[in-house]
Design a protein around this ligand. Structure first.
Ligand SMILES: Cc1cc2nc3c(=O)[nH]c(=O)nc-3n(C[C@H](O)[C@H](O)[C@H](O)COP(=O)(O)O)c2cc1C
Length: 198
C-alpha cells in the first residue's frame, strides 16, 4: 500500500481549513479506493499540536530528541504523497504549516506534494508560490496541478460544508489523479535510489 496524506494547514479558532480538507477528501476518497493500492490519511496540524521547532540540531542531521518530533517523523516517513491544504496569510502560507515542514528533513525527500489553497481575490496563489520554493529545498516534487479557491466564503454552507464550483471540482479530480500517479512513481524512485551504490 501507498499512503497519501492530506495536511490541514491552519489551526486558529473558526478556521475554514477543515471544511476545505473535507471537501478535497470527499473528492479524493473514491478515486483512491478505485486505485486499490492507496490509502488516504488526514493530519490536522491543530490536533498534531507541534510546538515551535524545539530541536537542538538542524533537522537535516536527523538527530531528533523530542517525542513529538519522533512521532511526526514516523508519520511523514510512512507517507508517500501529500496534499497540503493551505490558507493564504499575508501573501504567503501559514506559519504553523511552515513550522510543521521545518521540523523534519529527509522524511520529505523525493515525495510528491500538491496544493489546495484558498483565500480572497488571489485564491491562495501566493501561498502556493511560497510553498513551492520551500518544498523544492526538501527535494519534494510539487505538482503543477493545484486547486485555487478565491472568495472561499461564497462556497461555505450554513451546515459548515464547503461547495466550490465545478471548475474547482475538476481541478481537484485532476490533482488527485496526478498525486496518485506520482505517489506510485516516486516510491519506486526512492526504492531505486536506496539500492543504488552511494
Ligand atoms: C493572518 C491572516 C492573514 C491573511 N492574509 C490574507 C492574504 O494575504 N490574502 C488572502 O487572500 N487572504 C488572507 N487572509 C484571509 C484568509 O485567507 C482567510 O481568513 C481564511 O479563512 C484563512 O484560512 P483558515 O480559516 O483556515 O485559517 C488572511 C487571514 C489571516 C488570519
Amino acid at each position: 500500500m501507498h499512503t497519501i496524506r492530506i495536511i490541514i494547514g491552519s489551526t486558529r479558532p473558526e478556521r475554514v481549513g477543515p471544511a476545505v480538507a473535507q471537501w478535497i477528501e470527499e473528492i479524493a476518497r473514491p478515486l483512491v479506493e478505485a486505485a486499490g493500492d492507496i490509502q488516504l490519511e488526514v493530519t490536522d496540524l491543530k490536533e498534531l499540536g507541534l510546538p515551535f521547532l524545539d530541536e537542538p540540531s538542524p533537522p537535516v542531521f536527523g538527530r531528533y530528541t523530542q517525542p513529538h518530533t519522533l512521532a511526526w517523523a514516523d508519520t511523514v516517513a510512512a507517507t508517500d504523497g501529500f496534499i497540503f491544504v493551505a490558507p493564504e496569510y499575508n501573501h504567503s502560507y501559514s506559519a504553523v504549516l511552515k513550522n510543521a515542514i521545518d521540523f523534519l528533513n529527509r522524511e520529505w525527500h523525493h515525495k510528491p506534494v500538491a496544493f489546495v489553497a484558498y483565500g480572497g481575490h488571489a485564491g491562495g496563489t501566493r501561498a502556493t508560490e511560497h510553498l513551492r520554493s520551500v518544498v523544492g529545498e526538501l527535494r519534494m516534487y510539487d505538482l503543477s496541478e493545484m486547486v485555487l479557491i478565491p472568495h472561499y466564503w461564497e462556497y461555505l454552507n450554513a451546515d459548515g460544508g464547503f461547495g466550490p464550483p465545478d471548475a474547482q471540482r475538476q481541478a481537484a479530480e485532476a490533482l488527485v489523479a496526478q498525486i496518485i500517479h506520482w505517489t506510485r512513481v516516486m516510491r519506486r524512485g526512492r526504492e531505486e535510489l536506496a539500492r543504488a551504490p552511494q
